[in-house]
Design a protein around this ligand. Structure first.
Ligand SMILES: [Zn+2]
Length: 318
C-alpha cells in the first residue's frame, strides 16, 4: 500500500493538487493550485501539468506516486463521466483513460464529494461515525453518504446527488435542467437569489444601503451585515438556515446518520448560519421531540478535503 500519494480536487474555480502522506493526511507535503479550465480536455491537461509541478518540487521527476482525482461530475466506476453541470464536454468523456495517458500511470477517478466525505470520515469531522452524511454548501450543493462504514455509491456510482432533490415544485430553475432543486435555495448561489428577492421587496434595506443597489447584493454582503447585527440581514440568514434544514431533515429521515457534516464556503458564516440551521432542523426531523436528532458538525478539512480524499482513494482507501 503506497503511503505517499497525490490527490487532485477539481473545483468550480480552482484545481488543488496535494501530495499527501496517507499516514498523516492532514499535513501536506506539497501543494499547487491552478484555475479550472472550462472544458474537460483542458482540465486533464492542467492536472497533468500540476502533477508534474509537485513531483519536480519533491524531486520525483520519474513520477512514482499514485494519483487520485476528484471531479465535479457523475463518475462511472470505469472512470467515464456521465454528466457534469459545470464542466463542458464532460458527458461520455473517459476521464480515467485521458488522465492515465496524460500523466503516464493509472489514475483513480471519483466524484469530488465522495472524495471529501472519505477524507472527513477518515481524518476529519466524521472520525468514528460509521454512518455520516456530508453536505457541502458552496456555489451549489454537493454531498456524499457513508453508510455502514462505506461510501454509498449506488448501482452506477451516481449516489449522493443531494443538491438536486426538489424542495419547491416549479421553483427556481436549476443548471441540471430541472427546477426547485435544493441547491437553488440552500447554497451560496441560493443565498444570493434569496437576498436579491428580499432586497427587491424592500426587506433588506441595510444591505442595499451598503452596496448601492438591489442588483449588486451578494450573499457575502448579507453575512457581513448580519455579523454587525442588522435584523434584516439576520432574517435572510434565518431563511437560509430554514432551507438548509429542510434538506437535512429529509436526508436524516431517509438515512438515519450518526452525524451530519456541513462543509463548503457558506459554512464560513459560522454561528450566524449554524444556529438557525440547528433550530429549524430540531423541529423538522420525523419524531422531533421524541428522539435525539443527529449532531450537525462543521467539516474539519475545509477546501482541502477533496484533495485529501482523492489521495486516500489513490492509496486504495476508497
Ligand atoms: Zn438541479
Amino acid at each position: 500500500v503506497p503511503t505517499t500519494t497525490i490527490g487532485v480536487d477539481v473545483g468550480g474555480t480552482k484545481i488543488l493538487v496535494r501530495v499527501v502522506d496517507t499516514t498523516r493526511p492532514d499535513q501536506p507535503l506539497a501543494e499547487h493550485r491552478m484555475e479550472t479550465p472550462a472544458r474537460i480536455a483542458d482540465v486533464v491537461g492542467a492536472i497533468a501539468a500540476g502533477v508534474s509541478e509537485v513531483e519536480r518540487r519533491l524531486g520525483d521527476p520519474d513520477g512514482s506516486m499514485a494519483v487520485g482525482v476528484g471531479l465535479p461530475a457523475l463518475v462511472r466506476p470505469d472512470g467515464v463521466l456521465a454528466f457534469a453541470t459545470h464542466l463542458a464536454d464532460a458527458a461520455g468523456f473517459d476521464a480515467g483513460a485521458a488522465l492515465a495517458s496524460a500523466i503516464g500511470r493509472p489514475v483513480a477517478v471519483d466524484n469530488d464529494a465522495n472524495c471529501a466525505a472519505l477524507a472527513e470520515s477518515v481524518v476529519g469531522a466524521g472520525v468514528g461515525a460509521s454512518d455520516m452524511v456530508l453536505v457541502t454548501l458552496g456555489t451549489g450543493i454537493g454531498g456524499a453518504i457513508i453508510a455502514g462504514g462505506h461510501l454509498l455509491r449506488g448501482a452506477h456510482g451516481f449516489a449522493g446527488e443531494i443538491g438536486h432533490v426538489e424542495v419547491v415544485h416549479d421553483g427556481r430553475p436549476c443548471p441540471c435542467g430541472r427546477a426547485g432543486c435544493w441547491e437553488r435555495y440552500a447554497s451560496g448561489n441560493g443565498l444570493g437569489i434569496t437576498a436579491r428577492e428580499a432586497a427587491s421587496a424592500g426587506l433588506l434595506p441595510s444591505v442595499v444601503a451598503r452596496v448601492g443597489s438591489v442588483a449588486s447584493v451578494r450573499g457575502e454582503d448579507v453575512v457581513a451585515l448580519a455579523a454587525e447585527g442588522a435584523p434584516d440581514a439576520l432574517a435572510v440568514l434565518d431563511e437560509l438556515g430554514r432551507w438548509v434544514a429542510v434538506g437535512l431533515a429529509d436526508l436524516v429521515n431517509v438515512l438515519d446518520p450518526a452525524i451530519v457534516v456541513l462543509g463548503g464556503g457558506v459554512v464560513d458564516a459560522g454561528d450566524l448560519l449554524l444556529e438557525p440551521v440547528r433550530a429549524h432542523f430540531a423541529r423538522m426531523a420525523i419524531g422531533a421531540g421524541h428522539r435525539a436528532p443527529p449532531p450537525i458538525h462543521v467539516a474539519h478539512l475545509g477546501s482541502s478535503a477533496g484533495a485529501i480524499g482523492a489521495a486516500l482513494m489513490a492509496a486504495g482507501r476508497g
